[in-house]
Design a protein around this ligand. Structure first.
Ligand SMILES: Cc1cc2nc3c(=O)[nH]c(=O)nc-3n(C[C@H](O)[C@H](O)[C@H](O)COP(=O)(O)O)c2cc1C
Length: 187
């Protein structure tokens, strides 16, 4: 096990790459792809996203303090990448991609209808860290697409074919290897 030592950097992979939707005070929608996103607390439910000040979405996030995290899928992989390389300054990403903006329940930012899970968030604090500012937010509502629910109301996210992002590459998720706690379950 001979290791090379690299300079400090971000190597926490794989990660979700999510599509974060926002709306400016005049109701103009935008989507930014974010990989620096994380779950940070269960109760109260909280997430963080880290955004560079030069992004078009940054000013909207600062102004409104609201966003929606939309989970991404195999079907959305093109849109995920597109929203991560094109700026809302130049294009209407909803229109270019033919995505459906649905009204959220608690926030002004829209849901992306094609995403299987939409997490409505309200910003609590904004922390400048360096290249990125971290927006720490409360989850204020979650939408789950009914088409992935079985007759017992169990949600099957795997049926939506979620994707991950690892060191510059998008991947589909492979086979299930075990369920939570399987390592200590008997029989
Ligand atoms: C996979 C992927 C992940 C990204 N993650 C982040 C991120 O965590 N934070 C960030 O500021 N930009 C991130 N970006 C870059 C922005 O999504 C990109 O600059 C986008 O065009 C900004 O859109 P906007 O100007 O409309 O806000 C990522 C791009 C890709 C492709």
């Amino acid at each position: 096990m001979e290791k090379e030592i690299w300079k400090p950097g971000n190597m926490l992979y794989p990660l979700p790459a999510v599509m974060v939707s926002v709306a400016d005070p005049r109701g103009r929608h935008n989507i930014i792809t974010i990989a620096w996103a994380g779950t940070v607390c269960t109760n109260p439910p909280m997430v963080s996203i880290s955004v560079r000040p030069e992004r078009h979405s940054f000013g909207i996030l600062q102004e409104t303090g609201e966003f929606v995290v939309n989970l991404t899928t195999r079907e959305l992989v093109y849109a995920t990448d597109y929203c991560g390389v094109k700026s809302g300054r130049d294009v209407d990403k909803f229109r270019e991609l033919g995505l459906t903006a649905l009204p959220a329940r608690e926030v002004g930012a829209p849901l992306i209808g094609e995403s299987p899970v939409n997490i409505e968030c309200r910003v609590r604090t904004v922390t400048p860290l360096g290249s990125h500012h971290m927006f720490l937010a409360d989850v204020v509502a979650v939408h789950a697409d009914r088409q992935y629910m079985d007759e017992r109301n169990k949600f099957h996210l795997e049926q939506a074919d979620p994707i991950v992002y690892s060191h510059g590459v998008y991947y589909a998720c492979g086979e299930a290897l075990g369920t939570f706690g399987f390592s200590v379950k008997k029989g």
